[in-house]
Design a protein around this ligand. Sequence first.
Ligand code: THU
Length: 162
Amino acid sequence: MDEKDIRRLIEAAVRARDMSYARYSQFKVGAALLACKGDPETGADVCAGEVVNINELNASEYRIFTGCNIENSSYGATICAERTAVCNAVSNGCRNFKAIAIVGGLNSTGIKGITYPCGICRQVLSEFSTDMYVIAARSEDDYDMRKLSDFLPESFGVGQMK
Ligand code: THU
């Protein structure tokens, strides 16, 4: 991924954060998943979403799916921004993830520090790819980008289920 694509993904996460329903914590999170069109196993091609320009492959093959955190009065029912983005992508026919950008911060202070994905979200993302990049961002040009496998080493996955 080049700088331009990373910036674009972070911008999408920042926009998604505006939709956050963080009534209880006031901590608003936005996530943007970069997905390669179609299902890697079946090749199913029903992938909707915002088209992205990415140098690696044919531009029309990539889509962005966003999500925000959605809190609940029964706190445990809260869903994180990353998992909202995964639900958005998978329910639109895309499971081939290349990267996810995450931004978070209190409503009062805005995006100040870096928000890393929680343990549950790391596991949920790893269901689809351990090779994808996680871009935990403070702004479009201030981020920590690493492979998901660095955040979740020796993960449990489909390989163990065989
Ligand atoms: N949250 C996320 O959406 N993603 C994360 O990676 C960390 C935490 C949300 C959950 C909750 O709504 C709020 O941030 C405070 O934990």
